[in-house]
Write a protein that binds this ligand. Structure first.
Ligand code: ADP
Length: 304
């Protein structure tokens, strides 16, 4: 069995015509490289006919030798293409040629929030509120569809031309198949991992995205994640012990501290629910802009 068989299956099953030959270079023009991921290289790709440019995640079939890796990619494609929301990086199309699998995604020209944070060191409360409101609406949408993203972090939050936030990378996303189902796969990014994921006996579900929402909030306001340590082991130890602090050197409102500490609860059932988050004073105390100006990629907004 050659390793692309699985993909042939899903493509045929979904009645997408497979074009023989190098369809990428026949129908598209490749532009600059946008970044590199675990298995993929991401390029700008312009459709020669429509002139529409997308971000193309290109995965070499030869890198998909392990069954698990292939299965994960199939699951990413299956879940990502089934979600449609203005806060999700849109999954445009996918195809394969003899060498690669191509996933065409909505192009997010203004980078991700991790890059923005590196330039800015930390964000203002108003910016944090603005991003949290946008992230909230995506999480609520995904959870309504019973999808848990499981990898919400600043580097998966992209900004498009209009500075709208777009959640990407559905590589760890999963679907909750029945009420009360608890997943047991250990996955996530060390700094953002919820404590119940570290203990597979407990199982995990929707609440892990709420936990990462809290980590995102803290990281934006403080400039680094709450449990960051010298290595992943030490980070996990701090997550299990719920050991984090708000630094004295940074001014953080009581509302923001309360939101974060009510989310970063070890027991998932004690964590704020989505309904409680949207009613929380931190997200209701002032008018929150829908998006932020381009200048905030490099400098704080002039209004606070
Ligand atoms: P990883 O999850 O390992 O970061 P990805 O394949 O998701 O890998 O992305 C690799 C890099 O490609 C990202 O860090 C980003 O710089 C760029 N990238 C990914 N998706 C997009 C997109 N839709 N628009 C613009 N750049 C993107």
């Amino acid at each position: 069995m050659k390793h692309s068989d699985k993909f042939d299956e899903i493509i045929i099953e979904e009645k997408i015509v497979k074009v023989n030959g190098d369809i990428a270079s026949r129908f598209y023009t490749r532009g600059k490289e946008l970044g590199k991921g675990g298995f993929a290289r991401v390029y700008e790709l312009t459709n020669n006919e429509t002139k529409i440019t997308t971000a193309a995640k290109v995965i070499q079939k030869s890198s998909l030798t392990k069954g698990r890796t292939r299965q994960k990619l199939m699951s990413e494609i299956k879940i990502h293409r089934s979600v449609h929301h203005k806060g999700v990086v849109n999954f445009e199309y996918f195809f394969e040629d003899s060498e690669n699998i191509y996933i065409l995604l909505e192009l997010c020209n203004n980078g991700n929030l991790n890059e923005k944070l590196k330039r800015r060191r930390k964000l203002t409360e108003l910016e944090t509120q603005c991003y949290l409101m946008q992230l909230f609406s995506v999480i609520r949408y995904l959870h309504t569809l019973k999808v848990v993203h499981r990898d919400i972090k600043l580097s998966n939050l992209f900004l498009n031309d209009s500075m709208e936030l777009k959640l990407g990378d559905f590589g760890l996303a999963t679907k909750i198949e029945f009420d009360g189902e608890r997943k047991r796969t250990m996955c996530g990014t060390p700094n953002y991992i919820a404590p119940e994921i570290l203990d597979s006996r407990l199982g995990h579900s929707f609440e892990v995205d709420i936990w990462s929402f809290g980590i995102v909030a803290y990281t934006m306001l403080v400039g680094k994640p709450p449990f960051q340590s010298e290595d992943a082991r030490a980070t996990y130890k701090r997550i299990r012990a719920n050991s984090y602090e708000f630094p004295d050197t940074i001014q953080i409102s009581t509302e923001a501290r309360d939101l974060i500490s009510s989310i970063l609860q070890t027991d998932p059932s004690a964590r704020l629910t989505l309904d409680q988050i949207i009613d929380h004073p931190f997200l209701n105390k002032n008018t929150i802009p829908r998006t932020l100006p381009l200048s905030t990629l490099c400098v704080p907004p002039s209004f606070t």
